[in-house]
Ligand binder design. Structure first.
Ligand SMILES: [Zn+2]
Length: 382
């Protein structure tokens, strides 16, 4: 395959101009300048002309099973208003046609793989992703204060290929701490990903610190919070750390309420961080300290979250939104790592995705013209 350029994101040759990418079956076997590799292939060459390629994108956090809620939730009025509008819709099943269309849209936007929060309509969601050619990392959700706090695998686990099964603890405010610990322990022992929504809203902060506030009232009102429940009186990141939930193999999603010091702590523990900037803005929960996470050297990824809180599942749009509002320099290669190399590492996919190098899967994204133009902007900056 020939193209005008390829962001390989490999440390030794981050960008190759006038590139040739050689593939065998589904894998890349070589990548380099056309003049160097031309003699090494006898096979047909597909010339993509002026296209510039990046590794297939990886969406670190998405809820495909909520696709039917698009445009039907309360946005802009804070977390509780959004949650209240979402809960009744959880009983509805997204149609297979809709799931197919949404999954095809992911693929059309250059998404090669997605960390899908699994547990609802799992078979249908996985079928739609497979038909669209999008690799799924199924993060099976654990939720609630009921039960003994041990891992009680839901039926959906049987629908997930064992090698793609990972775990997701819904949140500190919604899920028994011992259950979260059991999920993390299982993931650590099996070499799987453990993920959770962490420090998303001011209401979550209130809940963790005091055990009161609108979230506590909402969960208690639905009989989901034990009457004798007592929170630890810690901020969410500190609580997650105290429970042993952080560290390599953990993907913390949102982290909007994290302080700069907590961003440093998350980075130091090796926890990956998934930012969902448009979802956070739409729900109106605030803005995460993006710059602090990047400056601290955390493995930062972008995720779209679901259509319950976002207008689309395009990682290009997520990246456009993020870069426009980022306070500081975010050059094109650094921006691309947020939607490819970093999420691939966070989801344990980095032997297959996240770079255009020999051995990885031959799945690529074409840079949209406006994104490509960022590199020209950077060159003309003083
Ligand atoms: Zn989510």
């Amino acid at each position: 395959m020939a193209c005008a350029g390829a962001f390989t994101l490999a440390p030794e040759e981050f960008y190759v101009a006038d590139a040739l990418i050689l593939c065998q079956g589904e894998r890349v076997t070589a990548v380099g300048p056309r003049c160097r590799l031309e003699g090494e292939t006898a096979g047909p060459v597909f010339d993509l002309g002026q296209a510039v390629l990046a590794p297939g994108l990886v969406n670190a956090h998405v809820h495909l099973s909520l696709s039917h809620t698009a445009g039907r939730t309360e946005l802009g009025r804070g977390f509780l208003a959004w949650l209240k509008s979402l809960v009744p819709l959880l009983r509805e099943k997204p149609g297979r046609t809709l799931l197919s269309r949404v999954a095809a849209g992911l693929a059309a936007q250059g998404t090669a793989a997605a960390g899908e929060i699994a547990g609802r309509w799992t078979g249908d969601v996985l079928e739609a992703l497979a038909a669209a050619g999008v690799e799924s990392v199924s993060l099976l959700e654990f939720f609630g204060f009921q039960g003994s706090g041990t891992l009680d695998w839901p039926m959906a686990a049987a629908e997930i290929p064992p090698e793609r099964l990972h775990v997701f603890g819904h949140a500190l405010y919604s899920t028994r701490d011992t259950l979260l610990q059991a999920a993390k322990a299982w993931a650590a022992s099996e070499g799987r990903v453990f993920s959770l929504h962490l420090a998303e809203s001011p209401e979550e902060l209130d809940f963790c610190l005091t055990g009161h506030g609108p979230l506590a009232s909402f969960f208690a009102g639905h009989g989901l919070l034990p009457a004798d429940y007592r929170p630890p009186g810690l901020r969410p990141v500190a609580w997650a750390e105290a429970l042993g939930l952080l560290g390599p193999g953990t993907l913390a999603v949102h982290c909007v309420q994290a302080t700069e010091a907590e961003a440093v702590l998350l980075a130091a523990t090796g926890t990956s961080v998934c930012l969902c900037p448009r979802s956070n803005a739409n729900i109106h929960v605030g803005r995460a300290p993006w710059e602090a996470f990047l400056e601290a050297g955390a493995n930062v990824c972008l995720g779209t979250d679901g259509l319950s809180s976002n207008t689309d599942l395009s990682l290009w749009n997520e990246l456009r939104y993020f870069r426009k509002r980022y306070r500081g320099r975010l050059d094109l290669p650094a921006a691309l790592t947020l939607v490819s190399a970093n999420p691939a590492r966070a989801l344990g996919l980095d032997t297959d995705y996240g770079a255009i190098t020999p051995g990885r899967r031959a799945v690529f994204a074409v840079l949209p013209p406006d994104v490509l133009a960022w590199s020209r902007e950077e060159k003309t900056r003083p």
